[in-house]
Design a protein around this ligand. Sequence first.
Ligand code: NAD
Length: 400
Amino acid sequence: MSNTQVVKPRIRGFICITAHPEGCAAHVREQIAHVKKDKPLKDGPKSVLIIGSSTGYGLASRIGAAFGSGAATLGVFFEKEAEPGRPASAGWYNTAAFHQEARKAGLKAVSINGDAFSNEIKAQTIEAIKSQMPGGKVDLIVYSLASPRRVDPKTGDVYRSVLKPIGQPFSAKNLDTDRKAICDVTIEPASGDDVKNTIKVMGGEDWQLWIEALEEAGVLAEGAQTTAYSYIGPKVTWPVYRDGTIGQAKKDLDRAASAIDAIMKCHRGRAFVAVNKAVVTQASSAIPVVPLYNSILFKVMKEKGLHEDCIEQMWRLFTKQMYNHNCLEFDEDGRVRMDDWEMREDVQEAVFKIWPTVSTENIDQTTDYDGYQANFLKLFGFGLPGVNYDAEVELDAPLV
Ligand SMILES: NC(=O)c1ccc[n+]([C@@H]2O[C@H](COP(=O)([O-])OP(=O)(O)OC[C@H]3O[C@@H](n4cnc5c(N)ncnc54)[C@H](O)[C@@H]3O)[C@@H](O)[C@H]2O)c1
């Protein structure tokens, strides 16, 4: 039975509850085209596990590995399939489109939809590596999860991550993207177990559990690398980001990187944290202050010819760092800085010259509001050229 519908964006706060199958496919093809503009990687990865592979940085990493290096990819994600009269989630459609394009290109693609924090999905992934990935091993593991909750696989306890400052409330200028208005926002500080819980969800524990499980199962290839993604950003967001609850989780990621590096070294490999630039993703739209910062940042970076989205970032990470004669450049804390252009002095200076001048009345002149919004809608497959958004589309999309 067919399951067709005209799909329009339905936005609720910082999330769009609908996704367009053909638009998501067009977005995936756009990212593939970006990678294919360049020569394929010479000594790139060949068998890659991406944890959090359906949207944002994880999807871009998967596309880069597959279409830029000819890698077989195994993606793990948590997405919703379509139901009668209800579209699937964007990540589902992205993955369905990825499979379709991979099949056309003769690339192996395996996907597992389920809770990456659980022992069951880890075991299922290991089985899939053994039975379906080249040589039964992986040579790159990308950890790109962004989740609001985690069930501890040992105890069954549920932890929720929060985006809060620590110690005192934080007030700042904010962009209400729904109303296209500048307002002030105050976020109350973390209380109770907020910090501990956020570290449990977004810290390095699960990344470490994954690598330990892969090592124990003997599926890490000689020279295998693993990376997890982090963010630092400008001082104006530090109270709610770097110095807030999420920042403590990201510090824990740095701790885990050292522990994991020791495991990877036994296989002549390595582990590191890559600090990526601020982009619009489902995860980042939820962080107060970030939409305003991003819409100014995009204006500045576009004017300077430095604008990057997930695919540009991940492709640069692969081509200029990870698979560039094996010569990663680390900062003093051992991280790879893909936010180097964002944090450039002239970029930050320009952003913070604009920041105090932004008001509801001059949003279009002072920020790239339209670009930000277009970017947001694109996450859900809307606004892509060549897609007829007035036509009924099939909502069911297989992942093979
Ligand atoms: N967005 C930014 O501006 C930005 C900047 C720098 C670093 N980062 C980091 O990059 C990483 C990825 O973030 P993103 O912005 O690409 O997020 P995203 O929301 O686009 O992607 C999250 C991915 O995690 C998957 N996922 C969530 N919960 C899961 C679960 N329980 N089991 C399996 N899969 C699950 C989703 O299906 C999706 O594939 C995060 O660590 C984030 O902090 C993001």
